[in-house]
Design a binder for this molecule. Sequence first.
Ligand code: NAP
Length: 303
Amino acid sequence: MTKIAITGANSSVGVNLLRTIVRDTPFDVIAGIRSEKASVTLPTSPRIEPRIISYDNAASLASSLADADVVVHLAGILIETKHSKYINSNIDATTVAVAAAKNIGAKHFVLVSVVGADAQSENAYFASKGLAEVAVKQGGVPANIIRTPILLGGNTAGAQALVNAAKKTKANVLGGGNYTVRPLDVDDLSTAILHCFENMDGHSKQRPQVAVHELAGPESITYRRLIELVARMMGNEVAIRSVPIWLAKLAARLKGLLRSGGVTPTVIDVITADEIIAVNADIDLRLTLTPLETTVRKILEQR
Ligand SMILES: NC(=O)c1ccc[n+]([C@@H]2O[C@H](COP(=O)([O-])OP(=O)(O)OC[C@H]3O[C@@H](n4cnc5c(N)ncnc54)[C@H](OP(=O)(O)O)[C@@H]3O)[C@@H](O)[C@H]2O)c1
């Protein structure tokens, strides 16, 4: 029986994936978290074993994950904090996770990355995710890298921000929300991750294959229209006011003089970047994508 190890298991994606595994598969899971307190957010099941892990070095992470067959690496951040920077959270943690997966002889590795990831990007976040992808490509373990846009559903930050804006009478939105998003239902991402483990026994031993997928939702929509859609489905009418992006970045830069992390100009550039993909991976990953309105309905029902 396949045993799945999830790093960053307490992340919004991790919690959703754990629920999906328990509901839809017979697999056992190691839920890798960094602290005891993170365990309270995990679903409980006899098939979920929370384990405290650290990303200090590959050998210690490998000993924590030793009996896993496959590793799903979810640890990662968009908003930096005092201790979680892009370099340690996105790049180093991924390098250590894939080295640990190789060390334990894992059959497969999955990395959740982001649409726009590019090691050469001038944006520090997109660059860190691109470098994380490079670490996986060079890690010597067969892998799938799934680049995702904004994720909606469960407890995702995207869903929370959206509902918070949509329930107001007047919402202040970066650039008036005039940028394109392609929201992906987090349930679809969980299904896609599980589909990556099919046929893994057929991997070539000589040349580990690493596939990169861009997986987005079925509909492109401006963030402005998305807020209006959610508001309408809540029975609310929201007036959207535009916060100029240059002004938001200036304010973020000034705040950055007083504290480290938080919403920086880098984060603002990520949030307001158009989410555009060349080819959607729904067919490759054998998914039927959830319609956007269904995803929104689920979010509103879960509130
Ligand atoms: N949410 C989205 O819309 C979206 C879009 C594209 C890609 N992604 C990617 O999908 C993955 C999951 O996203 P999410 O939004 O579900 O995450 P999340 O809820 O914000 O959780 C972040 C996870 O990263 C861990 N983490 C933070 N700093 C770390 C560090 N220095 N070293 C190791 N782990 C650290 C956290 O552990 P602690 O709780 O212990 O701090 C937590 O498990 C991430 O890699 C994210 O970049 C998300």
